[in-house]
Design a protein around this ligand. Structure first.
Ligand code: HEC
Length: 110
């Protein structure tokens, strides 16, 4: 009787052990997943001024804020610094929700 009980106890301990290992498995996988979105997150939300912001401004704010325009010397829109300085003041003239969001994302990343 005693050896049998011991075997059962050992079997239960092993099952328990296996469960513990299984439970730990996904947790550590979740942890490694939790680490991967961080480096992925930046490139996905990174807004490129020349590719994403400048074309909006070129389409709407030419000729005045671009080379040869009357306010180019004071407010050149082909420079990211100007956009960072003006910030959301641009939204008095850029009303499109998606364009505003792009500019907000751009402003947030610097
Ligand atoms: C027809 C020419 C012209 C166009 C097009 C133009 N601007 Fe301007 N903008 C000006 C002038 C001139 C000033 C300077 C006004 C002043 O300082 O009194 C100015 C000033 C500004 C200012 C600073 C003053 C303020 O209102 O806060 C912002 C911001 C601005 N423009 C944004 C834009 C944006 C964004 C666009 C495109 C969607 C645009 N402008 C298109 C001529 C223009």
């Amino acid at each position: 009787m005693r050896p049998e009980k011991l075997v059962i106890a050992m079997a239960m301990a092993m099952v328990g052990c296996a469960c513990g290992a299984k439970a730990r498995g996904p947790v550590s996988r979740t942890n490694s997943l939790a680490l991967t979105p961080a480096p992925l997150y930046k490139p996905l939300t990174q807004v490129d001024f020349a590719i994403q912001i400048k074309p909006i401004l070129q389409a709407r704010c030419q000729p005045c804020h671009f080379s040869g325009g009357k306010v180019y010397d004071r407010m050149p829109f082909d420079r990211p610094e100007t956009i960072r300085t003006l910030g959301t003041r641009l939204f008095t003239r850029i009303k499109d929700e998606k364009e505003q969001q792009l500019i907000r994302d751009f402003l947030a990343q610097h």
